[in-house]
Ligand binder design. Structure first.
Ligand code: NI
Length: 227
């Protein structure tokens, strides 16, 4: 499932984060790349332990953790601390798959990357190129969203970022381990949850069928989720 989630951050929050991170020092993006993807990666990243990164990380984590659509779609169990990258003219990231397991720096924690997330922090009119291209069963999807919007996609997908030809593209990116490992099962749960919410808005939460369907949703979670 590939899903775009609008307005995870307000424009004001985007401005605050940009102010913070634009003033910081950036390093070669290959610090977090595997051996194979390092050859294809041309961008810069914010060092994870910098004060700016930590504050910005916190803001992004809180925002995604409070977003009902994100929670419904991702069913997150462990979320990697968000990272920040910047592509300027000439930068790109060739087609690759993200590493399956990631260690959290200075922590024993390891995360299986079920889903990848990119949170856009630049308005699309401020740069050319820099499309996130994700291979799906239905062909390649090009994603370029408004600042504050997020795309969630299976980390098992081949993906790339096309070369920037004007301006710069700054984003936050991170991975997460979902309580439901299988993308097909997770997609069914998301569709069911969204339908229940629409039905509940029409009929009210106490409606018999809404209660019954909510029960089915939770019983499927019981079957498929690792807590
Ligand atoms: Ni990647």
């Amino acid at each position: 499932m590939l899903i775009c989630i609008p307005q995870v951050l307000t424009k004001e929050q985007v401005r605050e984060i940009r102010e913070l991170i634009d003033a910081a020092n950036w390093v070669d993006g290959r610090v977090t790349a595997g051996i194979q993807s390092a050859e294809r990666k041309h961008n810069t990243q914010l060092p994870e332990e910098s004060a700016a990164a930590r504050t910005a990380q916190q803001m992004v984590s809180v925002a995604v953790g409070n977003n009902p659509l994100f929670l419904s779609a991702a069913l997150p169990q462990k979320v990697f601390p968000p990272l920040f990258n910047r592509y300027v003219v000439g930068d790109s990231f060739g087609s690759h798959v993200d590493n399956a397991i990631r260690s959290v720096k200075n922590s024993p924690e390891r995360i299986r990357t079920d889903l990848s997330c990119t949170l856009f922090l630049t308005e699309p009119e401020d740069y050319d190129g820099g499309d996130l291209v994700i291979e799906t069963l239905f062909g390649a999807q090009e994603v370029k969203l408004e600042a504050g919007d997020l795309v969630l996609y299976p980390a098992s997908s081949l993906h790339s970022v096309t070369e920037i030809t004007r301006g710069a593209r700054i984003s936050s990116f991170f991975w997460l381990q979902s309580m439901v490992r299988d993308d097909g099962e997770r997609t069914l749960l998301f569709d069911l949850d969204q339908s229940i919410q629409r039905l509940a808005a029409e009929r009210g939460h106490k409606d018999d069928e809404v209660v019954r369907l909510t029960g089915i949703y939770h019983n499927l979670i019981r079957r498929w989720a690792e807590a």
